[in-house]
Ligand binder design. Sequence first.
Ligand code: BES
Ligand code: ZN
Ligand code: ZN
Length: 482
Amino acid sequence: MEFFCKKLSQAKGTVVVFRPEIENLPKEEQKTALNVLVCLAQEIGFADLPEFSGREGKVHFSFSPSGREFLQVGLGKNPNLSALQKALALLVQTCSVQEIEQISLCVDGLFLPFQEAVFESVLALLLASYSFDEFVAEKKSKTVFPKTVTLVGDAAEVAPAQDIFSAVKLIRDLVNIPANVATPKFLANIAEELAKDFGFSCQVFTEQECEKMKMGCFASVFRGSEEPACFIVLDSNPGSQEPPLVFVGKGVTFDTGGISLKPAANMHEMKSDMAGAATILGLFRLLGLRREKRRLVGILPCTENVPGNLATKPGDVVFAMNGKSVEILNTDAEGRLILADGLCFSEKFKPSAVVDLATLTGACVVALGETIAGLFSNDEKLASVFIEQGRVVGEDFWRLPLPDDYQKDLKSDVADLKNMGKREGGAIYAALFLQNFVPENTPWVHLDIAGPARSKKDCGIIKVGGTGFALRTLWNVVQNYS
Ligand code: BES
Ligand code: ZN
Ligand code: ZN
């Protein structure tokens, strides 16, 4: 999808269903293809053009005063960011069905400042046109409609939106690529490419090196698989003395549950159990594309969780990098084990804050549903920056507690900790387990993205499979947290 921007004098303020400015937008160079004028119409009870209600989910074709083909897309009664995204996703769908190659669009006079509206529109159009067709012969992505979008607005808003899309696309692709291709080594290659393209440093530790560093929890997960595990460390600015923001991401490239095997139904969805790691790779891509100078470190323990003859057995005891012993009662609670060593490792960087991201618990999905992430934090300021920035970009985080007196349920009879608490409050116990490995006096936030990291169906700008959830929030936090 290509974007052209035209600066024209704009009508200010009022909600209008037809903006005369777009009449002046050129039909574009290509004479053969029709250039359809598009307006977003708010449902306001009465309509300037009486034949269209502006209702959400509705489109209406007619002709503009000068006789050009004119498409209205309903914004509904409550035009907010989510309504805008839905309307633009419907626009992309309509263009596909009607094979409309060129459109002209004006998003002035909406609820957002004009520049933001242009930025959000470009991003929403791109997100809505995403499809994952790497493994099929007929490439849907080859015939994206519309092909060109002429916008009233400032061209400066286009590139930042395209860069965010590029990062989200990387995350969605990595989550969607099957586990026989997206192995730990595959993720390490992506990290190395990012490092080469943008001048980051990238270290990839092997299983032996991880064992040498005493990452017993991580090792307890990778032992079961012959597919080699990797512990990836990206640093955007390795020479700097600046205390970095450290991001730790769960990179389980496939989670069978291990010896505590999962049921067969929907097990294929567990190829997405590396979404936390993928999101951090996306964040580094965005950092590079936007030339952000702030120092970030990404720590990505990547492995499969499968039952092999060397796999961890329930009841086994292992030692994390910080020396704490863990009795593994359920090998399916593997995410917290690999993150434990990831969190311990983060201490080396003397971080200003540590953020971990993981598709960690089914319990979090039970508690908050499929589109809201769980947020846990030991720091008020960090927690509120995430929640606030999440709200700005339309990603929902709901804070859950870290009750001290629940820690006793994680005490083991034979070790310092066990890797499972009670069934009730499962997401909380996972977070409390992680808290035992956070470097001392360090602001920390844990994001359980088990629900929103993937979607079961197409829904507006979200497509079935990986969503790229959290990338935009992380990006805004990087810019707003000091
Ligand atoms: N990867 C799963 C969590 C998950 C579930 C992610 C559903 C996305 C959708 C995780 O490793 C897991 O299996 N957790 C267990 C923990 C339990 C054994 C304490 C769970 O949530 O059931
Ligand atoms: Zn699991
Ligand atoms: Zn898992």
